[in-house]
Design a protein around this ligand. Structure first.
Ligand SMILES: [Zn+2]
Length: 552
């Protein structure tokens, strides 16, 4: 049997020292007995594309999931995606087809759940508006048991208003979530024999976003008073996760164990980079005269999502008829731009810095002739690379890729034209709040009030591309493994479960395992029809993403 424990956003930068000093005894043992190393995430190093690559073995150009949202082709609007937008088969499907018994709990990007041979509970992106709704589990009959035995926590605390006592309450809520998930997994593991069982903890990601300021005394956001009061809540969460690993492993002592994260983490700095303001200053983008519309849309979203009691939201969104959440999100990202006079623009996503060209014949109000596409990409790339931070004099952008240099497959066109790797001055990431108009500098220090707590600009930790894995069990050669990629996990999982690996996958079984027999599997394209969220589901998902700080 293979037991997989997902620690969202876990990084060796924390695990190595805490394994060495006794904080994480179970992870220390796994690393001593097994193979381990850093695991390069997808670009962007974001939760949806990376867990989707983890479970499909292919890059986002082949599975089609680049983010929580997808831009509507040619339009200036986005749509929230779900598992039916994924174009590649998962390991859960292949294991089920091979008659393996699987349990998959809490993996992002698995709503609606697949009809696996076993159990599936969708991830935090589950848009359940009421817990009586069984749509987040397979089989549906399992929902009542989940509820009866304490439920499966998603993102159950708000992250908008961070005031006195919030961090202590958040820590308690995260530890409670870890306990409830672990207890549910223990019950399932005690009940029957699985071939592959995965439980994912998002708590490590949430904790790192919010508690980095208490952990890292070198951070520009270091909160000495908070650290004196709270200690190191990030270490507390990691220790709770390590304890959970020990408990679950004790239930299935002969199982192989894979601990894996989708990306790593680091500190967020105190400097904002606003890509659309820079594009405006460079003459690529014009804000519409009344860009206050975008601010209004932002405020509207704030009102709609925050002020209306949760239980009324679904009804309100339903009454408004249609995809209000997508529409509002779209108007925040795109509302303030004069498209007829814009050649390039950014969605300004904090965790996915990227630029779209506005291309004639492709985009509704395209201005860049197709014949100029490559020249504009080259010109913009050169300008981005020569952009300097006025504070430290360093390059703002470390690297620029055209999308087909990063991705391959039929869905590359879902990606922005240019994908940026921003510098991390002194090891701390820039923050990317929306420009919302041309006023102000493209690079500016954030107000101290914006640095404290809360979502987006207030989050003290941010994603990094290097996640981790540790794998122990029969036939696993111990020692550090270099250059592993997240796409290597799916073939490794199949190999560990004795199921043949599709030859056409991008990932390769990690070298600490002997490769599979190499039997050719059938095509990996999923033939699932895309089913958009209903308005109520979409509103609920948006609220959840906002709670986790992903949306502005
Ligand atoms: Zn993540």
């Amino acid at each position: 049997m293979l037991l997989i424990l997902g620690l969202d956003g876990a990084t060796l930068d924390l695990v190595e020292p805490w394994a060495a000093d006794g904080t994480l005894p179970n992870l220390a043992r796994l690393m001593r007995q097994g193979a381990w190393g850093s695991l390069t995430s997808t670009m962007p190093a974001a939760t949806f594309p990376s867990w989707t690559t983890f479970m499909t073995g292919v890059n986002p150009g082949r599975h089609g999931v680049f983010d929580f949202t997808r831009r509507e082709p040619g339009g200036y609007a986005v749509r929230f995606v779900n598992a039916t937008f994924r174009k590649a088969r998962t390991v859960w499907h292949l294991l089920s087809q091979a008659d393996r018994r699987v349990g998959v709990l809490g993996v992002p990007g698995t709503y609606p759940p697949e009809a696996v041979n076993g159990y599936m509970i969708s991830g935090f992106d589950t848009p359940v508006t009421t817990r009586a709704d069984a749509s987040f589990v397979h089989p549906p009959s399992f929902a009542a048991e989940v509820e009866r035995t304490g439920g499966f926590p998603f993102a159950d605390f708000q992250e908008f208003h961070v005031g006195p006592g919030w961090h202590a309450r958040a820590l308690a809520s995260l530890c409670n979530g870890i306990e409830r998930k672990t207890a549910l997994a223990e019950r399932l593991l005690a009940r029957e024999r699985f071939d592959c069982f995965m439980l994912l903890f998002g708590e490590s990601d949430t904790a790192a976003h919010h508690f980095w300021s208490f952990h890292d005394s070198a951070s520009p956001r270091y909160d000495a008073a908070g650290a004196a009061e709270l200690g190191n809540p990030l270490r507390t969460v990691y220790a709770a996760l390590d304890h959970a690993i020990g408990r679950l492993q004790a239930r299935v002592p002969d199982a192989s164990v894979l601990v894996v994260s989708d990306h790593g983490f680091g500190g967020a700095g105190s400097t904002a980079v606003r890509l659309n303001r820079w594009l405006a200053q460079q003459g690529y983008l014009r804000f519409a005269p009344r860009s206050r519309r975008a601010q209004l849309a932002g405020a509207l979203r704030g009102v709609a999502v925050r002020a209306i009691p949760e239980q009324w939201q679904a009804a309100c969104f339903r009454a408004a008829g249609g995809r209000v959440a997508s529409r509002v999100e779209s108007s925040v990202r795109f509302g303030g731009i004069d498209w007829q006079r814009t050649r390039a623009f950014s969605e300004e996503l904090n965790y996915f810095p990227a630029v779209w060209l506005n291309v004639q014949g492709r985009d509704a109000c395209g201005t860049v002739p197709t014949a100029e596409y490559q020249a504009r990409c080259d010109e913009l790339t050169a300008r981005l690379l020569s952009w300097r931070d006025p504070v430290n004099g360093g390059a703002v952008v470390r690297r620029v890729w055209q999308r087909d240099a990063l991705y391959h497959g039929p869905y590359v066109s879902h990606a922005p034209d240019l994908i940026l790797d921003l510098a991390t001055p002194r090891g701390y990431s820039y923050v990317g709040p929306p420009s919302l108009g041309a006023d102000g500098a493209a690079i500016e220090a954030l107000e101290p009030a914006m640095l404290r707590g809360g979502k987006l600009a207030g989050m003290s930790g941010s994603h990094r591309p290097e996640g981790l894995f540790a794998l122990a069990g029969d036939g696993v050669a111990a020692g550090r493994v270099e250059h592993a990629q997240i796409a290597d996990m799916a073939p490794s999982i199949l190999t560990l479960c004795g199921v043949s690996v599709p030859q056409q996958w991008d990932g390769r079984t990690v070298p600490c395992l002997s490769p599979a027999a190499g039997e050719r599997a059938t095509g990996d394209a999923a033939d699932v029809a895309e089913v958009a969220y209903g308005a109520a589901e979409e509103a609920d998902l948006q609220r959840r993403l906002e709670q986790l700080g992903y949306l502005a």
